[in-house]
Write a protein that binds this ligand. Structure first.
Ligand SMILES: Nc1ncnc2c1ncn2[C@@H]1O[C@H](COP(=O)(O)OP(=O)(O)O)[C@@H](O)[C@H]1O
Ligand SMILES: [Mg+2]
Length: 262
């Protein structure tokens, strides 16, 4: 395994005659914090689904946590991966409390259900929600939360089984400015925590990239435009090509921003 968390080689995903991903070769090593950036429809969610062992590639090979997709039991692999996405949020049963949402993540991994909570699980769920500034939400129903509160609850759930790989699809989407800044700051704290899992976060806004992100992959029309260390990837040239318009890029106190120069 040699510390490789993700190893994609020549990966293509084809659906109904359309190439959602083309020839993606990408390695994520243990401890790295990646952001996948690209315009709407670039294939970011598709790539994250492949990384999460939820989608098999049409071509190429994918190793996730040392297991080759197609040769491994994905039902054993998936519990080792924490995923938060809008698609998952939509599947939360009506009336589910925040505490139950987080706790059931660990029951899923153990393959059991119990009426009484295990006290270590309970302590972990509460600690995770506290770390994400959501301790006051424990008994709230998920369907009554604001968008920002939902995002924090979902990230706590994704972290609950102590995953080896954390995948976040558009964690700051739909948040207002205050909510975005709060979440991006918390994601920065998570990125700086050496105990946090290897992380891949997807976004289409450079402004949502937290401090502490180490690597970036730029996608355009299913293909990789650039990948590597953030400083080398977030150049005006690469970002202009990725988004298809001339961009000026700024960095201020570890955060990035882009605007059109047209
Ligand atoms: N079943 C499908 N058939 C054809 N195209 C699809 C299908 N599913 C998704 N797509 C297209 O694939 C592209 C990539 O989708 P997605 O990975 O969701 O992009 P992103 O997350 O970057 O916005 C989009 O243009 C989308 O419309
Ligand atoms: Mg998407």
């Amino acid at each position: 395994m040699a510390g490789e968390v993700l190893e994609l080689s020549g990966v293509g995903v084809r659906r109904d005659g359309a190439d959602l991903l083309r020839d993606v070769t990408w390695t994520v090593d243990e401890g790295e914090r990646w952001v996948v950036l690209g315009p709407n429809g670039a294939g970011k969610t598709t790539l994250l689904q492949v990384a999460g062992a939820l989608l098999f590639p049409t071509s190429g090979t994918v190793d996730v946590l040392g297991e080759r997709l197609g040769r491994t039991d994905v039902f054993e692999l998936r519990p080792r991966i924490g995923l938060a996405s809008a698609a998952l949020a939509e599947k939360v049963p009506a009336g589910e409390t925040v505490l139950d949402l987080v706790l059931t993540a660990s029951y899923a991994i153990l393959g059991r259900w119990q009426e009484e909570y295990d006290s270590t699980d309970l302590a972990r769920a509460v600690a995770l929600l506290e770390a994400l500034g959501a301790s006051e939400l424990l008994q709230r129903r998920f369907d009554t939360l604001s968008e920002g509160e939902r995002k924090r609850a979902q990230i706590a759930r994704a972290l609950m089984p102590d995953p080896e790989l954390l995948l976040l699809d558009e964690p700051a989407a739909g948040l207002d400015l205050g909510g975005r800044e709060d979440l991006v700051r918390r994601l920065g704290v998570l990125a700086d925590d050496p105990a946090a899992p290897t992380t891949v976060m997807v976004t289409h806004h450079l402004e949502e990239v937290p401090e502490g992100v180490t690597h970036a992959l730029l996608l355009r029309k299913g293909q990789v435009v650039a990948q590597g260390k953030v400083d080398e990837v977030f150049t005006p040239e690469h970002l202009s090509e990725c988004f298809g318009l001339p961009l000026a890029v700024d960095r201020h106190r570890g955060r990035w921003s882009a605007r059109s120069t047209r």
